[in-house]
Design a protein around this ligand. Structure first.
Ligand SMILES: Cc1cc2nc3c(=O)[nH]c(=O)nc-3n(C[C@H](O)[C@H](O)[C@H](O)COP(=O)(O)OP(=O)(O)OC[C@H]3O[C@@H](n4cnc5c(N)ncnc54)[C@H](O)[C@@H]3O)c2cc1C
Length: 471
């Protein structure tokens, strides 16, 4: 694959402006700067321009134009990604889906919602919940990430423990191929065994195969009863060790999230946190779903017994819906609070759940060997921990060297525990080297073949997932 990238010249810009109108194309100044970054630490790649189409037809026409001209295009949702996926690393056009923000239909008979790619995940939750329905995927960034970004990254969240990741909820996609041809996959059917499952191929493809413009998503009835529990532990390893037994104690557990001391203290720097939480080495945040409160009370008692066996302190239950929301807001703010406190490098490690205690031990060992501070938090029930290596007071040069070496060692430890280098943030730009180093060659070559088939000119989101492309 030898992509040849062409600069966005005045001719192509003029045609894009004609297509999108003055307000639909950003070419200079502050707003363009916003599209140079996502939430990945320390990256900035200014695009030549940003296109803001409002319809799927406009997306198709923009792609036809850029394809004809040989200009690289980077799709973008809410810009909350943590692997640099939405950044125009080879310049060209950023294609923002933010104006495709309509929920087209909520169908309570078929129990599906059809929504455009630019709908914010939190807004989708509110809209379906107002009708007594439930869309489970709940990334912690749900206030600002978009469905298109969730689909492209196969986003997960605390509730993935019980309900799975975004891909489990997608029945159909409306997308546009890199050359501007529209593509529909799946639909409203719950089953479809006709041929390869292109819907699932596009989910998690990180915007490298096609631009998603809308999706049909499955819904459930809202759970009849929910309960939130806090399980404090005097040691991080005990909390991590307890997770596997908690997850096989009954079937009510919807979420099981771990945050260690430093993460809770970071949140306390930006929001109110109950003082009792600040005294703990680690806390598990649990959510239970079921039909009745009595059923959940029984489940909570069984879970508390497990916590006690693992040396946990007294389990606390949120008293009402408002307290549940406050507790989960603390959990959701951990990533953001850590980002605000120090430069960091985050590993998005996932291991089989039974290896969680070994994972936190490895994280501490590797960080100590390089003189770094570390904090572990995240979706423990899925075996997925975010391991943040922090710069703290380390001088810049030492930090730069230490973080690279520590990250590489950490990823090797993760693989030796049977894990994967990313659970949910994707390979994107930041992990392409680690992916090339660790992915078996036959698998890598099949993946490159898929990319070539969808995007023979390598113009859609170049530089992501694979190395040696277009550079
Ligand atoms: C504080 C914080 C908490 C987070 N918590 C979680 C979490 O709990 N779980 C989780 O999974 N992630 C989490 N993330 C990461 C991020 O929010 C997710 O990866 C999210 O799915 C990205 O969505 P987005 O709309 O912001 O996408 P963007 O960042 O804009 O893009 C991400 C990728 O998707 C591609 N893309 C975007 N839209 C489209 C489209 N319409 N068609 C094709 N490709 C597209 C882009 O090219 C890029 O490769 C968190 C991030 C932050 C900052």
């Amino acid at each position: 694959m030898t992509p040849r990238f062409v600069r966005l010249d005045d001719g192509v810009l003029g045609r894009l402006r004609e297509e999108l109108g003055e307000g639909g194309l950003i070419t200079a100044g502050d707003p363009l700067d916003r599209y140079s970054r996502d939430e990945t630490e320390g990256l900035s790649f200014p695009p030549a321009a940003v296109a803001l189409p409002s319809t799927a037809e406009q997306v198709a026409r923009v792609l036809r134009l850029t394809h004809e001209a040989g200009v690289p295009v980077t799709p973008r949702g809410g810009g909350t990604g943590l692997s640099g996926g939405a950044l125009a690393v080879h310049g060209g056009l950023v294609l923002s889906l933010e104006r495709l923000d309509r929920i087209r239909a909520i169908d309570s008979h078929d129990m599906v919602v059809e929504a455009e790619a630019g709908v914010a995940t939190g807004e989708l939750h509110e809209a379906v919940e107002a009708q007594g329905l439930f869309y489970p995927p709940d990334p912690s960034s749900l206030a600002s990430c978009h469905l298109g970004g969730n689909l492209a990254e196969d986003a997960a969240g605390p509730r993935s423990l019980r309900y799975g990741t975004t891909r489990q909820w997608v029945l159909g996609l409306e997308a546009v191929l890199p050359d501007g041809r529209p593509l529909r996959t799946g639909g409203r059917n719950r089953k479809d065994a006709a041929g390869y499952n292109l819907t699932q191929l596009l989910v998690g493809s990180e915007g490298t195969l096609a631009v998603i413009t809308a999706a049909v998503l499955r819904l459930l009835p809202l759970p009849g009863a929910t309960m939130s529990l806090l399980m404090p532990f005097g040691e991080l390893e005990s909390a991590a060790g307890a997770v596997e037994e908690l997850c096989r104690t009954g079937d009510s557990l919807a979420a099981c999230e771990l945050v260690e001391r430093r993460g809770i203290h970071a949140v306390a720097g930006i929001a109110p946190v109950p003082s009792a939480l600040l005294e703990q080495e680690a806390v598990l945040f649990l959510e239970l779903h079921g039909s009745h409160d009595e059923e959940l009370l029984e489940a909570a008692a069984r879970l508390a017994e497990v916590a006690e066996r693992w040396g946990g302190a007294e389990v606390q239950a949120a008293q009402d819906a408002a307290e549940q929301r406050r507790l989960w807001a603390i959990r959701r703010q951990v990533g953001e609070a850590l980002m605000a406190g120090s430069a960091y490098r985050e590993a998005d490690a996932v291991v089989p759940r039974s290896q969680l205690a070994n994972l936190v031990r490895a994280a501490r060992r590797v960080a100590a060997a390089h003189g770094l501070e570390v904090v572990c938090f995240g979706h423990a029930g899925d075996g997925n921990l975010h391991i943040d290596l922090l710069q703290g007071a380390l001088p810049e040069e030492r930090w730069r060297v230490a973080r690279e070496a520590a990250q590489e060692e950490l990823l090797d430890e993760v693989l030796s525990l049977g894990g994967s280098i990313t659970g949910e943030h994707g390979v994107g730009w930041t992990l392409r080297g680690a992916f090339a180093r660790t992915c078996p060659p036959e698998k890598l070559s099949l993946m490159r073949g898929v990319k070539e088939l969808f995007d023979p000119r390598g113009l859609l989101n170049p530089g992501k997932i694979f190395t040696q492309e277009g550079a």
